[in-house]
Design a binder for this molecule. Structure first.
Ligand code: PBG
Length: 327
């Protein structure tokens, strides 16, 4: 047998050689930790389908944020679980919403930590949809423009509380432009928008809906979130969001959508975020707990793959563990 002159195995011989030729490195800089904020104080409730992840009251979220900051994690993204829900998500749009309270407290205690807020109605509506629901014929429609107006107000309230960045996750048409304008005319031209640009109608969000207590009471989200079968459409969604003023574009979920992450990064070259969602996290946790996989190695491999595909940053519930493993 004739061996080729170039023998790839030469560069795999020792860990130090492998380190020298490694192309992708996961770093603590890449991590964004999602936090679920609930009312009360001293509350820390583990989410059944997301072991090691908690709904926290504001005081507990402040403690957690301090620890994350000390571990070198640059940012958190906040989701609210309000005391009351109604048809229009009023509790999420109030100046003193649970998220606004958390933003103020975290920025006060840990000013360097970048605080991003999720902007969406689904956590605050009693029907669980991401927008205003209007009955139509035998079913319902989600009213795009009425929703966009509320979202712009919600984003503004988060900025007034001190948010460093807002992240609209509703998938209504035109919301990035509307939020950009609302922030600009109110003195927040400097606050970036991280747009959930290519957000799919995915089954991987199941555990999150437990965590945020926000499953839709009827119907599904297929009339506003994307069809998992589409990738060209993701390019159009991203192009629109950038045109409307998005500073960072997100692909969500991450692992089943690596090809989309790759194309977005190749085509647009802008900062790309990927959301390693609740279902992806739950699969790893469940198999890890059963001893079927090595949780740490699988997690590092998944997150490295997401980065290799082209993500500049990853929203992941593994953030705290990963920061500890990397230190
Ligand atoms: C709100 C929102 C969702 C997630 C992030 N923002 C839920 C959804 O769209 O159903 C999911 C995050 C996750 O699964 O980890 N619209």
């Amino acid at each position: 047998m004739e061996y080729p002159i170039y023998r790839p195995r030469r560069l795999r011989a020792t860990e130090n050689i492998r380190r020298m030729v490694r192309e992708t490195r996961l770093s603590v800089d890449d991590l964004i930790m999602p936090l679920f904020i609930r009312p009360g104080s001293g509350e820390r409730r583990e989410i059944a389908s997301m072991p090691g992840t908690f709904q926290m009251s504001v005081d507990e979220a402040v403690k957690e944020s301090r620890e994350l900051n000390e571990l070198g994690i640059p940012a958190v993204i906040l989701f609210g679980i309000p005391e009351t829900k109604d048809a229009t998500g009023a509790s999420g749009c109030a100046e003193n919403s649970i998220v606004c309270q958390a933003v103020r407290a975290i920025k006060d205690a840990v000013p360097d930590l970048v605080v991003i807020t999720d902007v969406c109605l689904c956590e605050y509506t009693d029907h669980g949809h991401c927008g205003i629901v209007v009955e139509k014929d035998d079913g319902f429609v989600v009213d795009n423009d009425a929703t966009v107006e509320l979202l712009a107000g919600m984003a503004l309230s988060h900025c007034r509380a001190g948010a460093d960045m807002v992240a609209p996750s509703d998938m209504m048409d035109g919301r990035v432009g509307a939020i950009r304008e609302e922030l600009d005319v109110n003195g927040f031209a400097g606050v970036p928008i991280m747009a959930y640009a290519a957000k799919y109608a995915s089954s991987f969000y199941g555990p999150f809906r437990d965590a945020a207590e926000s499953p839709p009471r009827f119907g599904d989200r297929k009339s506003y979130q994307m069809d998992p079968a589409n990738a060209d459409e993701a390019m159009r969604e991203v192009a629109l969001d950038i045109e409307e003023g998005a500073d960072i574009v997100m692909v969500k979920p991450a692992l089943a959508y690596l090809a989309v992450i790759y194309r977005v990064k190749q085509e647009f070259g802008c900062p790309v975020a990927a959301y390693n969602v609740s279902g992806e996290f739950a699969l790893v946790k469940a198999a890890g707990r059963n001893g079927w996989i090595d949780e740490q190695r699988v997690t590092m491999e998944i997150l490295t793959s997401i980065k290799r595909a082209g993500a500049d940053m990853i929203l992941t519930y593994h953030s705290k563990d990963v920061a500890q493993w990397l230190s």
